[in-house]
Ligand binder design. Sequence first.
Ligand code: TXA
Ligand code: MG
Length: 314
Amino acid sequence: MTVTLPPDAEGITEAARLLATGELVAFPTETVYGLGGDARDDRAVARIYEAKGRPSFNPLIVHLPDLVAVERIAHVGPKARMLAQAFWPGPLTLVLPLRDGAGISPLVTAGLETVAVRVPEHPLAQRLLRAFGGPLAAPSANPSGRVSPTQARHVLEGLAGRIAAVLDGGPCAVGLESTILLADPEPVLLRPGGLPVEAVEAALGVTVATGGDAGKPTSPGQLASHYAPEALVRLGASEARDGELLVGFGTVKGTLTLSDSGDLVEAASRLFQTLREADRLTGPGGRIAFAPVPETGLGRAINDRLRRAAAPRG
Ligand code: TXA
Ligand code: MG
């Protein structure tokens, strides 16, 4: 059951309480409705991918109430600071270097060393972020491949029964996702969106290069090579061959495991840390074998990521 929460103090308190227990709550921003979960909680983030039925782990945007909160998790360079001061709160997302020990789930950043952050302007988003008191990972609140929702009703059409609640703030003013930028050292547009690129150019006094749509081949392609482990990876293994470290799943037991009980949410939540741990244990030139993971639900995204890890390196 997905409850609709009213846009008042009680609704916000309940939304923050649900989020603190690892549940998912859709909430309005000025761009589109976001599907929020605690960005520090691996399982909550895994459930976001599950609820959307995303076939791959694209990195998610982290929402925070202000620049001070952003600086606790990311390094803000000079151009990023100018843009933050000019356009936050608002429909601008900045991709910034992640701070060590920021506490953001590696599933949010897809194992990258950068994090996409945004300070939304919508008063309900602001009140929710302050009531929750932590970073919220939030992609658009629609099933993968469908259009982004700009009303609570749209969220329910796609996700009813898959999330705990939706905070009803009426229609979104912008109706288009945020503009995504890499600001430093030189600005690159990763996704055009609610903030016109001309406004960014005027604020910085420089031309902005176009890096393609952050959600399309350019960045996921780069992500794949970014996150290849050093070890060689074999998939669909029922047991370890000589010199291999086996990562188990369900009935296939390994030195490490994605999920002993064969739970796909748990497996997704542990995926990036397990890849890192296996890589560390085997070292350069080592070999890692992964037990088969079913190609259903979150298993599709897990297998997509594992296939990238196993792909031949150029
Ligand atoms: O308006 C919006 O931005 C909405 C509302 C809810 O805030 N959110 C949204 O999130 O559109 P989502 O998850 O649908 O879009 C995230 C985009 C993806 O295309 C992803 O590739 C890019 O952000 N992204 C996230 N982290 C990144 C990173 N570290 N480097 C490059 N691109 C990144
Ligand atoms: Mg989207």
